[in-house]
Design a protein around this ligand. Sequence first.
Ligand code: UD1
Length: 439
Amino acid sequence: MSALAQEIIVDPNKLSQASELQKMVIKGGNELNGRIRISGAKNAALKHMVACLLTDEPVNLENCPVNLGDIKMQAAVLKTLGAEVVLREDGMAMIHAKAIESHVAPYDLVRKMRASVLILGPLLARYGKAEVSLPGGCAIGTRPIDMHLDALSLMGAEIKLDGGYVKAEAPNGLKGAEINFSKVSVGATENIMMAATLAKGVTIINNAAREPEIVDQGEALIKMGAKIEGLGTARLVIEGVEKLHGITHEIVPDRIEAGTYMIAVAMTGGKVVLENVRPEHLTTLIGPLKEAGMHIEQDGKDLIVERNGVDLKGFDIMTEPHPGFPTDLQAQLMSLMTICKGAGMITETIFENRFMHVPELIRMGAEITVHGNSALVRGVSGLKGAEVMATDLRASVALVLAGLVAEGETVVNRIYHLNRGYEKLVEKLSACGADIRLA
Ligand code: UD1
């Protein structure tokens, strides 16, 4: 495997320890003006990486957000399993799972990143065996994996829970089955879609998730030789094949990162051109932002986002599976709503316990009342800087956004969550005029 561009050394333990001590210091009040290049989608890249376990041939992933903590962590998981992984500074991830040497994803690696549970499907399909520590990740509710396990059992896997590990075996290989998911789950859809590509016979997934990242993954699997129909719909039909082969694939742009910067401009004012955006993946954000008073215009792969002095009006949103409003933009939107004119209601239907940013925003002067899974946000004339604590990835960035407009200094503690999901956040924001630094 050649690696001419500079290689990133994967040392996830060092990375997370160092970042846990770091803070972010923001002086609010600056408009954002300039250009921001949107990275490849973290939530697609993580799944493409595990899909490489389905083939003994090399896979090259372009536009991979290689600097993210989660991507380095996933690279470490794959290396533990015996894959060669090279992450390059130019955004290329080169992965070759020629042989599987271990089928165990250990606690140390999995505890911080839930997406490692997705090795179950591919490893069972190719190798007949997989063990993965029960996952950790963002603290946004209990987040069970029962749907993944039930579906794999229906496909013939024997599954035990033992010592904090899921131990799964399919000595005679997986077989196709009809899976009726009780809820829409992104991860379960992906896990089963991957497993089904190499299972014997046909697998049907009803009530499948339809997120753009799943479509991107399905398209890559089809290039690898998989037979999948119904991508982007709630019914996937997958016919198992004998073997998948290596490919080069460009990862879809990160709609959540793009949405976060759109909300940032809505809050600070100014004009930012977001490069490498697929606006069709963000219609549930673009529509309400335009209605609230923003100017948003597509120019090829660029999205021009502008707030020209106007006051934005509050509005109501409810999170839902795609094509509904994404839960991963809920916290950021709440930050925006705190300074809009009038009130807005935000209802979270995907995860319980995903309002952990609320007390922190209130400490900055926001007026928010939570009733069950809804939050009523009454706009205030301004936020005030404070020392706040980040609790999960999207909540953390919501506090950064609040800091960009707050009067005085905001210090965001425990920012290691941010390093998991936002590539070069400080560089991207400061290049547009924000006063933001790590301390
Ligand atoms: C993925 C995303 C995450 C996003 C979420 C919803 C990645 C790495 N993460 O998470 O950023 O917020 O989709 O868009 O892509 N559930 C069960 N049993 C299961 C699986 C899920 O009850 O076996 C429930 C969850 O608790 C949750 C809901 O289903 O209430 C949706 O979760 P799911 O779509 O699976 O989220 P993730 O794939 O973990």
